[in-house]
Every structure is written in C-alpha cells, then in structure tokens.
Design a protein around this ligand. Structure first.
Ligand code: SF4
Length: 165
C-alpha cells in the first residue's frame, strides 16, 4: 500500500472531490481513459499550453513552473474548485521540500479565459501536509467510502462503476 511519498496531485484532487474516488484509484481502478470528460480536459491542456513542459516530481507532476517560482496548472473546468487549489498547493509543498522557494500557484481556465493566483502561505503549507495525512487515511481505509449524492458525480469518470446496478 502507498506511503506519504507516494501521494501525488491526483490523490489530493480526488481526496477533495470524493474520498471514494481516491479509494478506488489507489486500488488500480482507473477508468479515466474511457472518460470523454478527461479526454476533453487533456485536449484543452494540449491546445492551450503546449509550449510548456510539465515538471515531474515523482508521484506528482505539475504543468509548469515559471521563472518567478509560481506553479502553473491548466484546468478544463470553468472556475476554481477546492480540489484544484488543494492539488496546486500540494505541488507547492513538494517543491518547498525539494528546496525550491515557490511563491504559490496560478490556475488557468482557458474555457473562461480566467486565471487565479494563490500565494502559498504558511496556512496553505499546513493544509497541504494535513491533506497528505488525510489521503493516506482514506487510501488505507478497509471499506470503500460511500458514494456522493448523485448530483456530486457529474462528469466523474468513475460514474459507470459507482452507479451501474
Ligand atoms: S461517481 Fe460519484 S461516488 Fe463514484 S467516485 Fe465519482 S464522485 Fe465519487
């Protein structure tokens, strides 16, 4: 089973979206390649920011880091979610631990041509550490967490798994 260093941005995103999603993901159930939502997200990313190279941090992989040490993430949705911010702060946290004094995260939403900038404050750093602990607790839970209310599952690539009786 996974440990602290194995937790990456996807784990943190799923933790904030749906703990059941995280629990399934760490057990190798990953239907993303079948999901039109994810494919469209990848297309938005490829078209909008193809000139930048992703930064590989092992378990975590962020879209790019600029010369002012801001993490950039490109999103296919139209506005920021708690999961987006938590994922971006996770990358900031990882980089700080590698000795890179990141300033924070910039989230890009090409669909609405918006960007949002979030400084990586001490509170954000503490939350990022807590998120890793929470993600591990969810990953190691003996029982699959319950489903979200159906309205929370819109666009989730696990919907077929969770809702086909
Ligand atoms: S379909 Fe709903 S309950 Fe299932 S993993 Fe996705 S968000 Fe969670």
């Amino acid at each position: 089973m996974i440990g602290r260093e194995d937790i990456g941005g996807v784990h943190i995103k799923y933790l904030h979206h749906c703990r059941r999603q995280l629990w399934l993901y760490v057990r190798g159930i990953r239907p993303e390649h079948l999901s039109a939502t994810v494919q469209s997200g990848e297309a938005v990313h490829d078209i909008s920011y193809s000139r930048h190279s992703p930064v590989d941090l092992g378990a975590a992989r962020l879209d790019f880091l600029d010369g002012q040490r801001w993490v950039h993430e490109v999103k296919s949705s139209s506005r920021p979610t708690d999961a987006d911010r938590a994922q971006a702060f996770h990358y900031c946290h990882r980089l700080r631990r590698l000795g890179v004094e990141v300033q924070g995260a910039v989230l890009h939403y090409p669909a609405t041509r918006r960007t949002h900038r979030y400084p990586f404050t001490p509170e954000a750093a503490a939350r990022a550490e807590e998120d890793i602990t929470a993600a591990l607790a969810t990953a190691h839970a003996p029982v699959c967490p319950p489903r979200l209310p159906r309205s929370g599952c819109r666009g989730c690539s696990f919907a077929d798994y969770c809702w086909t009786e």
